[in-house]
Ligand binder design. Structure first.
Ligand code: AMP
Length: 395
């Protein structure tokens, strides 16, 4: 048995899971939040339901990694650093360059830094965290797993915007998508559950979390996905607009007296979506409760969310000329039977029929009726295990 870390560094966070491989047993997991913001939270769970949490100022990702290693030793989760033989790092933007996960070298870290223009908040933090792990675990096998690589199979007809072609050639202005590790994990799992080779299946994966994206997986390959150049595009999300008309940008900047376009983009990213429409919260649970209590804007937010998901599913049925399996995953997808039901009851024309009893679950399960033309499956996503598997695969 060896130990492998799955690391997910965000702009101000660091999530980690330590696995025993190849058994895929989780021996510790946790996160550091509010890095560089103040009152940072470090939390780790390990052993038999043991948990440790502390709030202190963690100024940068380097310090976050340092505390993580201190606590691993203090709580005797590991005795010797040499026990950790593998580390997988999630990277947000791999551009067109990284078509698969890859073993981390100095060149790879430099390329991740170069690709920062596609993910300015994420890629630099991820590169820094890779270096921190290299320092502490110089003998470990390190792999970078890109959020975008699963979508590099998209054909030009789907990844190109209708812009002057040279903007793609010169600047890489195209759709890249995101959540690739999740869409890859759940689509493969779906094929295992229905017991058919993935090459023979048309699957639509709905990753509905705080961020959300829908992917058309034809024969095991992503052929289209709802996120675009950045994760701002696609369906209505917790705080993100999803698709909007670019002409709104100058119009709203003028009305709001905003001169810095980044401020406008920030509103599209952080004050829109469920939060912006409902005025209640970005959290689906809060919006559902408010809607239930009669808040009309919360009800409207739910309807808009469901409508956008339905339209993407419809688009992808058209794009693949059919669908065998629809998968729901991530916070909302996995947990909200109401959202799954409301989304699917609007598109029964395609022969999709839920079984209400089966749908009453948060676990991995087929939730469609036996006579449904399309199999609907609820699959809790597991990006971390997919990352740890890639560390094994690329040994
Ligand atoms: P994620 O980004 O995958 O962690 O998902 C977060 C989203 O999932 C938030 O909007 C949560 O409100 C939502 N969520 C989590 N549990 C539930 C639940 N039981 N019912 C509805 N939404 C949920």
């Amino acid at each position: 048995m060896t130990k492998t870390f799955a690391i997910n560094a965000g702009s101000s966070s660091l999530k980690f899971q330590l696995f025993e491989m190849p058994a895929e047993t989780v021996i510790a997991k946790g996160l550091v939040e509010r890095i560089g913001i103040g009152d940072s939270i470090f939390k780790i769970e390990y052993g038999d339901d043991q948990e440790f949490k502390t709030v202190e100022d963690i100024t940068d990702h380097g310090r976050a990694v340092e505390i993580l290693f201190e606590k691993l030793k203090e709580f005797k989760i590991i005795e010797d650093l040499e026990e950790i033989t593998g580390v997988g790092h999630r990277v947000v933007a791999g551009g067109e360059f990284f078509k698969d996960s890859t073993v981390v070298t100095e060149d790879v870290i430099k390329k991740v830094e170069e690709l920062a223009e596609f993910a300015p908040l994420h890629n630099p933090a991820e590169a820094l965290v890779m270096r921190e792990f290299q320092k502490r675990l110089p003998n470990a096998h390190m792999v970078a797993v890109f959020d975008t690589s699963f979508h590099t199979t998209m054909p030009a007809v789907n990844y190109l915007y209708s812009l002057p072609y040279e903007y793609y050639e010169k600047f890489g202005a195209r759709r890249y998508g995101a959540h690739g590790t999740s869409h890859r994990y759940v689509s493969r799992r779906a094929a295992e559950i229905v017991g058919k080779p993935i090459e023979e299946l048309k699957i639509i994966t709905c990753h509905l979390g705080n961020g959300g994206s829908i992917t058309a997986v034809d024969g095991g390959k992503s052929i289209d996905t709802s996120m675009g150049f950045t994760p701002l595009a696609g369906i209505t999300m917790g705080t993100r607009t999803g698709d909007i008309d670019a002409s709104l940008i100058p119009f709203l900047m003028d009305k709001l007296n905003i001169t810095d376009v980044n401020e406008m983009i920030n509103i599209f990213n952080k004050q829109s979506g469920l939060l912006g429409i409902s005025g209640v919260s970005s959290d689906m649970r809060d919006v559902e409760i408010a809607a239930y209590e009669g808040n009309e804007r919360a009800q409207l937010a739910l309807e808009i969310f469901e409508n956008r998901v339905q339209k993407y599913i419809g688009q992808y049925i058209a794009a693949m000329n059919g669908v065998d399996v629809i998968v729901f995953t991530a916070g909302i997808g996995e947990n909200s039977k109401e959202e799954r039901e409301n989304i699917l009851k609007g598109i029964t024309w395609f022969g999709i029929e839920l079984d209400p009893d089966r749908n009453d679950t948060r676990k991995e399960a087929i939730i469609s009726a036996d006579n449904s033309k399309v199999t609907v499956i609820n699959i809790p996503t597991n990006e971390e295990v997919e990352i740890a598997r890639d560390v094994e695969r690329l040994k």
